[in-house]
Ligand binder design. Structure first.
Ligand code: SF4
Length: 64
């Protein structure tokens, strides 16, 4: 599974961090994330996608 955040859209609301703390985090107030999380993280990443108010997160593929 591939995760991408459009940093031009991201306004650092942090809702993705709340939804999927294993994948998204803040590093010195800048969002960082794991771009290739394992398939077991899928549910929380989907939650993060839904929770992002600016739809900055895209999730790609079912390949794990
Ligand atoms: S929820 Fe969306 S806008 Fe907020 S930090 Fe995450 S990606 Fe950025």
């Amino acid at each position: 599974m591939k995760v991408h955040v459009d940093m031009a859209l991201c306004a650092s609301h942090g809702r993705c961090v709340f939804a999927a703390p294993d994948v998204f985090s803040f590093d010195d107030e800048e969002l960082t994330y794991e771009p290739s999380p394992g398939a077991d993280r899928r549910a929380e990443v989907e939650q993060a996608v839904l929770s992002c108010p600016v739809r900055a997160i895209t999730l790609d593929g079912d390949h794990g």
